[in-house]
Ligand binder design. Structure first.
Ligand code: AMP
Length: 437
């Protein structure tokens, strides 16, 4: 027995929340729009498990990355395996590529996915521990137009969902030829500032110097403003690639701003990296992030597979849509409401409703209610054109009263003639007859 006489209501785990019906509808709207655009551009759906082997994420994300160091939900199976709740979607797709022989599929392979991801972050505005993403990946293509398509798709999704002033922050991280030169310069610069760095950055200096550029501490941000920039160290190939991506964005009139200090949280990125924001957005957190990851397959021990991808943060998108009144969802109301009075009518309605569904009639009901007036009130509130009424008598002789709620007329019809009657009333309404709403 609990020592606490006042039983507390069990709450969802910190940083994880329910999607209640209203939010779920917005979630579906975001996913449907993302699917529509991704499928138009030839992307195919894929789903991977929520649990993966821990080592899948260690090298690709970086053993010293925040996600690997402190944010993974890791568990031991009874058999002794170490599994992790997936913190992101790209490494699992690369794993699936290798495991399922996608190497023999025609390239590039374009895939999209959506679902929940898990990071044990400090819950704060815009940061959840279970969050939802819609991601796209193009596997097996070096062409800079691929980077531009990966940027264009979330840009269109956000614009068509009604976001204003969508802007892409973009940078190039170079490749394994030019990045080491930049790393050396960066270390030279930060060596002189070492004593002024925050505790985390002192560690980053030794373990992952690029993340020094990602620190959110005021004092480190100030130091960063004089730090060397990758763009000045790009090799000819990376420079040409980056220039070409920007030209495609110009051509597509996709607004962007060069962000010379943009680095992303995972080690697998190289060349293009980007984040998408909507100006004026309350939390100023990125709605989408991604880039090119030509070396990810090599991190996992495979042959190089030049690829690019991104993920839209669906929870943040939902939050901003609600805040900015972008959530109007057109819902079709049912045309017909079925009212039943008495036990025999209730039994008959239980079957009739399925027959109407099979005949393509959009019918609603309140079968657990017994009171006639209460049911009529619901029909009228929903704005149904037709109310079907079955009482004790109708239940016995197999008839139904069809009430035209607009014309305020009613007829008794046999069950055989019912669908025909409903359709003729609805047809007259769609021909421009009076409508209820
Ligand atoms: P990432 O997987 O870190 O590249 O993030 C891609 C996008 O997912 C971000 O731009 C966010 O919109 C969203 N996102 C990442 N982490 C979280 C989180 N902890 N909570 C909510 N959204 C997130």
């Amino acid at each position: 027995m609990s020592k606490n006489p006042k039983k507390e209501v069990i709450q969802s785990p910190k940083g994880m929340h329910d999607l209640l019906p209203d939010d779920f509808k917005i979630y579906e709207k975001v996913i449907e729009k993302s699917k529509e655009i991704a499928e138009f551009y030839g992307f195919l759906p894929i789903a991977t498990p929520h649990l993966e082997h821990t080592e899948l994420f260690l090298r690709p994300l970086g053993e010293t990355s925040d996600v690997v160091e402190k944010e993974m939900y890791t568990l031991r199976t009874k058999g002794g395996d170490s599994l992790v709740l997936r913190p992101e979607g790209t490494a699992p797709i690369i794993r699936s590529y290798a495991e399922n022989g996608m190497v023999s599929w025609p390239h590039p392979i374009k895939l999209y996915y959506y679902g929940s991801f898990f990071r044990h972050e400090n819950p704060q505005k815009g940061r959840l521990r279970e969050f939802r993403q819609f991601g796209i990946e193009v596997l097996g293509d070096t062409d800079p137009i691929i980077d531009a398509i990966i940027i264009k798709i979330p840009y269109i999704v956000l614009s068509e969902l009604g976001f204003k002033n969508v802007i892409v922050h973009i940078n190039s991280l170079g490749d394994k030829n030019c990045r080491p030169v930049f790393k050396k310069e960066l270390l030279n610069f930060y060596k002189k500032k070492f004593n002024y760095l925050c505790k985390d950055c002192k560690r980053r200096f030794k373990e992952s110097p690029f993340r020094l550029l990602d620190c959110k501490e005021e004092s480190c941000i100030e130091i960063k403003s004089n730090a060397p920039q990758m763009i000045d160290y790009l090799c000819d190939e990376c420079k040409e690639h980056f220039k070409s991506v920007l030209e495609f964005l110009d051509e597509g009139k996709i607004p962007y701003s060069l962000d010379n200090y943009l680095v992303r949280g995972f080690d697998y990125y190289g060349k293009t990296v980007f984040e998408i924001f909507s100006k004026g957005e309350s939390s100023n957190a990125a709605l989408c992030g991604g880039g090119r990851y030509d070396d990810l397959m090599a991190f996992l021990g495979g042959k190089p597979l030049p690829s690019a991808g991104c993920a839209l943060g669906v929870d943040r998108v939902i939050h901003e849509m609600k805040k900015n009144n972008l959530t109007q969802i057109k819902e079709k109301n049912p045309d017909v409401f079925l009212i039943q009075i008495g036990p025999a009518a209730k039994k008959r309605s239980f079957v009739l409703i399925e027959e109407l569904r099979n005949a393509g009639v959009f019918v609603s009901e309140s079968l657990s209610k017994d009171n006639f007036r209460a049911q009529l009130k619901i029909a009228s509130k929903i704005g149904c054109r037709i109310a079907l009424i079955i009482g004790q008598k109708e239940a016995m002789d197999g008839t139904v009263i069809v009430k035209d709620m607009l014309e305020e007329t009613q007829d008794m019809v046999t069950q055989e003639k019912l669908v025909e009657k409903i359709k003729s009333i609805l047809k007259s309404a769609s021909r421009g007859g009076k409508t209820k709403r």
